[in-house]
Design a protein around this ligand. Structure first.
Ligand code: C2E
Ligand code: MG
Ligand code: MG
Length: 823
């Protein structure tokens, strides 16, 4: 046995021998190395299973010794007879922890026979873990090859396709028929021979190539692939090319789309600001090199906002698209038409010999854009204003050229729109001046600012109404500047908030100190400010109701009507009145006005100055009177204007004739002296027409509802004075008046009882007396001319109401408020 053991030690195959009674007889060195168990510790024992299994169980040798090989299936997943010996068995399997490692063993056992009897068994073991793992990796690789979504193609040294995967077929549309072909079979004609030569050079130099390739499917469709090719050298020499690729056609499309969108306007498809700047920069560089000129045009549609506001953005958008098409049609294809946003377009006109050529193009654009548009059943017309700057005379950088074209466009707007202007050096001087103003404005607030006040006169009562605060700037080097020079700059820089707040606070201080009513201009920018309500509330603290008025322009009403409405109502809630400034010049529509809490409408001075504006003035006064709003005419300079305004029921005037804007002290004196009424001294009103009564803040009782009813009442009285042509009309108006008056005195009576007002009996007596007179007058004799009767009635009512309000209602308001009335 010792001999056998020695012989076993000499071979490099791990092996051990057990006896018939399962004792270890031999355990060779290789077996010790494999199992980590020394032969001394195992020989003579029956513990030879321990390196292999966690619990005691037979080894293959044990089964062979017992001749229990029918049981092999119970113990091994893989087993069978050995190849070269009829009585030997083999099995294989994973051993989780054999000498500290997971190993795969293949083992064989054969019986040792002596004299026909089994006396023992020899088992040999083979560790094939590495081989096994490599096999599994290979299997995995094959699976990956087949299941990956990238196409894979392998070519041999002669660049013939030798292997493709499933994805290859899906992506290229080719199957096994490509085997043996050159991969060029896949290529489209988009790439030159040069391209492929470079690809091969790179591949051979670096061992790999990566790039995008346009390929062609058998059905003729083109697709873009991201291709990675690498060279794999074979062990036996020679090499393969392995190409892995994926279809990126869709990504490429998406990417191209993004690039397009980043450079084009989504609505019209025209180049946008980004692309324009790019092209302009290139154009500047090229023109510098070639010494050629070109023109930059800035185009803005006139009153485009009206279309959007009146017909909705949908129609506005369609109009813009059509404008874009017409613009492109008016210039050469080599020129650029870009949309900057809104209704602004910028043009780059090249190859023009002289400014005259530019003028011709401009005229063409104006004519084409000015033709009617048919959109969604509406016939629309818009006109453009254009400004041009020329390279190199008006600027050598894109920024300068655009800025100057823009300035010229504004010049075109200012000279009546629907026209074009070139940039000029006078314009430049103006721009420079505004730049200077802009840079010094911040530091000027409020040190260099001061406020003048222009008195306003109530035509009805011939008493001063108060004044409008108008800001001025004493500029250290430019001298005294009027607001026209710096308000728009303050607006565009945002400084208007600070400036406006200062004017507001300053004016409120004057109201507090003198008790004189003042109105203050508020820019649309301020109105859009989040905390504007708080700003007004803080400034107006401690000021009596209706002593402060804020003036807003119509343009402030355009944006977000509902929000503006709520804001104005809140401002009113603070006891501040609201005036609509420069009425008639903007966009305000009548239906809007009706819904807004507006106290005064200021008729723009252009309608007062120009006699042709008179029908508009009449319309505005009529409209305002029916809505219980007071009209204030601006820019009144002559007695004739006053006569006209007074005759037609305008409420108040403001203008040089009454007074220019005055410094604070002089203004206060002016109002306090309660200067002589102007109109009575200079005019004799035509005999048949009586002056009308208008609502004035001096009438305010402090109770909103009473004030409102008084205004309606005034409207009804004024109605008597105009257009009453026959008796039934007169009777109708009188009935209306009596009914309304009854409603009014009932209302006041109810309040007086509710709040137990002391001077009530006297007030009620006046009401009764008046009602009696009114009824008496209503029973006029049909012998009289109805219009004359109406005129007299109106005069009577005016006088009575004025006295009544000033003597009684104002006190009533006071008493009611003291008693806690909040109506
Ligand atoms: P506005 O609010 O319409 O003010 C009336 C303008 O008409 C004032 O010009 C006034 O001096 C002028 N004016 C008054 N009577 C006559 C007249 O009989 N004939 C002529 N030709 N003009 C007359 P001003 O002071 O130059 O103010 C111009 C505009 O600047 C104002 O127009 C107003 O919109 C704005 N503004 C003035 N102060 C402020 C302010 O504190 N804040 C804001 N946001 N704007 C202001
Ligand atoms: Mg104003
Ligand atoms: Mg005005």
């Amino acid at each position: 046995m010792e001999m056998t053991a020695k012989a076993l030690d000499a071979i490099s195959v791990p092996a051990f021998i057990i006896s018939r009674d399962h004792k270890v007889l031999a355990w060779n060195v290789a077996c010790s190395l494999l199992t980590g168990i020394a032969s001394e510790s195992v020989i003579g024992t029956n513990r030879h299973w321990t390196p292999f299994y966690r619990r005691r169980r037979p080894t293959l040798a044990d089964l062979v010794v017992e001749n229990a090989t029918d049981n092999l299936a119970k113990h091994y997943a893989q087993f069978g007879r050995a190849q070269f010996a009829f009585d030997a068995y083999k099995a294989e399997g994973w051993f989780d922890n054999l000498n500290g490692k997971r190993r795969y063993l293949v083992f064989e056992a054969r019986p040792l026979v002596s004299e026909g009897q089994i006396v023992g068994a020899l088992e040999t073991l083979q560790d094939v873990t590495d081989y096994r793992e490599a096999g599994e990796r290979l299997k995995l690789a094959a699976q990956v090859f087949d299941h990956t979504c990238e196409g894979i193609m392998v070519t041999d040294e002669a660049n013939r396709i030798v292997s493709i995967n499933k994805a290859f077929q899906a992506l290229t549309g080719y199957g096994e028929e490509v085997l043996g072909h050159d991969p060029r079979i896949l290529a489209s004609e988009r790439h030159s021979d040069e391209f492929f030569r470079e690809m091969w050079d790179h591949l051979h130099q670096h061992g790999h190539w990566q790039g995008e390739l346009w390929n062609l499917r058998p059905d003729g469709s083109e697709y873009l692939v991201q291709m990675n090719i690498s060279i794999s050298t074979k062990d036996a020499g020679g090499m393969n090319h392995v190409a892995v690729f994926s279809d990126i056609t869709k990504q490429k499309e998406a990417q191209d789309n993004i690039v397009f969108m980043a450079h084009h306007d989504f609505l019209t498809g025209l180049p946008n600001r980004v692309l324009l700047e790019d092209r302009l920069a290139q154009l500047v560089a090229r023109s510098e090199r070639e010494g050629k000129g070109f023109a930059v045009g800035f185009l803005d549609l006139d009153r485009f906002k009206l279309v959007n506001d009146a017909l909705g953005h949908d129609v506005g958008d369609k109009l813009l698209k059509e404008v874009a098409v017409r613009l492109q049609g008016a210039v050469r294809t080599t020129d650029t038409v870009s949309r900057q946003g809104g209704d602004e377009f910028v043009l780059l006109l090249t190859g023009l010999e002289s400014p005259q050529n530019v003028a011709q193009v401009a005229a063409k654009i104006i004519s084409r854009l000015g033709r009617p548009y048919w959109i969604d059943g509406h016939e629309l017309s818009v006109t453009p204003s254009l400004g041009f700057s020329l390279f190199p005379a008006d600027g050598r950088t894109p920024a300068d050229l655009i800025k100057n074209a823009d300035a010229a466009m504004y010049d075109a707007k200012n000279s009546g729109r629907n026209t074009f202007k070139f940039f000029t050096h006078e314009l430049n001087a103006k721009i420079l001046e505004s730049l200077r103003i802009e840079s010094s404005l911040r530091a000027a607030i409020p040190r260099e600012l001061f406020v003048q006040y222009q008195p306003q006169l109530c035509l009805g009562t011939q008493a001063p109404l108060g004044g409008e605060a108008l800001v001025r700037w004493r500029h250290p080097s430019l001298g005294l500047l009027s607001p026209d020079k710096f308000i728009s700059i303050a607006e565009s820089t945002g400084l208007i908030r600070e400036l406006g707040r200062w004017v507001l606070e300053h004016s409120c201080q004057l109201i507090r100190e003198t008790g004189i009513a003042v109105s203050v201009n508020l820019s649309p920018i301020q109105l859009a400010q989040k905390d504007i309500l708080a700003v007004i509330r803080d400034a107006a603290r401690g000021i009596e109701k209706n002593m402060l008025t804020i003036e807003i322009t119509e343009s402030a009403l355009i944006n977000d009507f509902d929000k503006t409405k709520t804001l104005l109502e809140d401002v009113r809630g603070l006891g501040v009145s609201i005036a609509l400034d420069d009425f008639g010049t903007g966009y305000a529509s009548l239906s809007y006005l009706r819904q807004l809490p507006i106290d005064y409408i200021k008729i723009d001075k252009s309608f007062i100055t120009d006699i042709s504006g008179r029908p508009i003035v009449l319309a505005i006064i009529g409209l305002a009177n029916t809505m219980g709003m007071v009209t204030i005419a601006e820019g009144v300079e002559t007695p004739e204007q006053i006569a006209f305004l007074e005759r037609h029921g305008c409420g108040a005037i403001q203008g040089y004739y009454y007074s220019r804007p005055l410094d604070e002290d002089r203004f206060v004196d002016f109002i306090r002296e309660n200067v002589k009424p102007v109109s009575r001294t200079i005019l004799t009103p035509p005999r048949d027409v009586e002056p009308l009564l208008t609502w004035s803040f001096t009438f305010a009782t402090g109770i909103d509802e009473i004030d409102r009813q008084h205004k309606v009442f005034i409207g009804l009285i004024n109605g008597l004075n105009s257009g009453v042509s026959d008796e039934s009309m007169l009777r109708g108006r009188l009935d209306e008046l009596i009914a309304y008056f009854k409603y009014h005195i009932d209302y006041e009576g109810r309040l007086m009882t509710q709040y137990d007002v002391v001077d009530a009996p006297d007030h009620l007596r006046q009401h009764e007396l008046f009602m009696r007179n009114l009824r008496k007058l209503a029973s006029f004799s049909p012998r009289h001319e109805p219009s004359v009767v109406a005129g007299r009635l109106a005069r009577f009512l005016c006088t009575w109401l004025t006295n009544h309000i000033l003597q009684s209602d104002k006190n009533l308001g006071h008493s009611l408020k003291r008693a806690g009335c909040r109506e």
